[in-house]
Write a protein that binds this ligand. Structure first.
Ligand code: GH3
Ligand code: MG
Ligand code: MG
Ligand code: MG
Length: 322
């Protein structure tokens, strides 16, 4: 049965592929208190893997942090089962070990400890005496699964990063702004902390499009976004929520500081014209501020800022009103 299992696993894992794919040998970490077992495993795997073996949990964790990222961990339950189990737990709660394949090894009578190892985060287990083919097949399966998962994680991370950005300016988009605003309001409410927001809108932007063309308008938006970012603090969050409309979230910021920040943004835009291929162009911005108060939700806060923005536009533009 064991032979057939190994064959089936090898087929499923395409063992040869994994064992041949990489140039050079990949790294495996091994934990166990039996040096003879470690020597046997080394002989089974050394053509394909470099193995760092230790009987110390501390040394194991140190090895995990140093050198190239290991492909897998082999944990021999050995005589001190508790120690191996604690190592599984330590790996699963550490950043470096969270996604590492862990294969536990034990004798048939250690079934309970092996089950426990799986329960707390081991990926697979293998019974002693270790069969070379079975070990290589199980290892190949786990190495392959981990590679697939990290590719998936990376592309998911990229997708999420794109989904929350505005492609033209690189600022966060409306969707992200709404999510962050809701969260910021919860935090302000729960922690009795300040929160201010600004809604900013470029003045007479339509004229720029009309006189210089849409591409020039786009370039103004990019330069506007860049000046905006430069004028803000690290804790502020700038979003482009529409055509030439922006929201700035300012957590832990009272009305006075928010006004200072928004004024700085307004001044940076007006201070020097924007350089465009067809000649420089003056750009100004108007903004409305709103300061979080008890009972506010996102809609009430945004609508107060919008009203102030409307007043800023009505009373002459190039100004910030609260
Ligand atoms: P106000 O001072 O009252 O804000 O005047 P405005 O001209 O800025 O306001 P209005 O809302 O009338 O015009 C905004 C224009 O922005 C209209 C639209 O064609 C343009 N627009 C929206 N999105 C984009 C974009 O992504 N690129 C470019 N180039 N123009 C855009
Ligand atoms: Mg407008
Ligand atoms: Mg405008
Ligand atoms: Mg507008």
């Amino acid at each position: 049965l064991r032979e057939r299992t190994a064959t089936a696993l090898a087929l499923f894992a395409d063992e040869e592929d994994v064992f041949r794919a990489a140039s050079g040998r990949d790294r495996i970490l091994m934990f166990g208190d039996d040096p003879r077992e470690a020597t046997r495993l080394l002989a089974m795997l050394h053509d394909r893997f470099v193995i760092d073996a230790t009987a110390e949990r501390g040394a194991f964790m140190a090895q995990l942090m140093e050198g190239p990222e290991p492909e897998a961990a082999l944990l021999d339950l050995g005589a001190a089962e508790g120690s191996a189990l604690r190592l599984v737990a330590a790996l699963r709660t550490s950043d470096a070990g969270r996604h590492l394949p862990i294969i536990a090894m034990g004798r048939p009578e250690q079934e309970a400890a092996l089950a426990k190892a799986l329960e707390i985060g081991a990926t697979d287990y293998i019974l002693k005496p270790i069969d070379r083919n079975e070990l290589r097949a199980r290892l190949a399966t786990q190495v392959r699964r981990r590679r697939y998962e990290s590719r998936l994680r990376r592309s998911l991370t990229d997708t999420v990063a794109l989904a929350v950005r505005d492609p033209l300016t690189g600022l966060h988009n409306r969707r992200f702004c709404e999510a962050r605003l809701a969260k910021a309001i919860d935090q302000a409410r729960a922690g009795r902390r300040h929160l201010s927001i600004a809604v900013a809108d470029i003045d007479h932007f339509k004229r720029i499009n009309d006189s210089r063309g849409h591409a020039a308008g786009d370039e103004v938006l990019r330069q506007f976004a860049s000046r905006l970012q430069d004028a803000l603090r690290g804790s502020d969050l700038a979003c482009r929520i529409g055509g030439e409309e922006f929201v700035v979230l300012m957590p832990d910021t009272d009305g006075e500081d928010a006004l200072r920040v928004a004024e700085r943004v307004r001044e940076r835009m007006a201070a020097a014209p924007f350089a465009l291929p067809g000649g420089d162009i003056a750009v100004t911005v108007s903004a409305g501020l709103a300061i979080y108060a008890d009972g506010d939700d996102a809609a009430s806060l945004l609508s107060r800022a919008d009203r102030s923005l409307y007043e800023a536009k009505r009373t002459g533009r190039n100004r910030v009103l609260a």
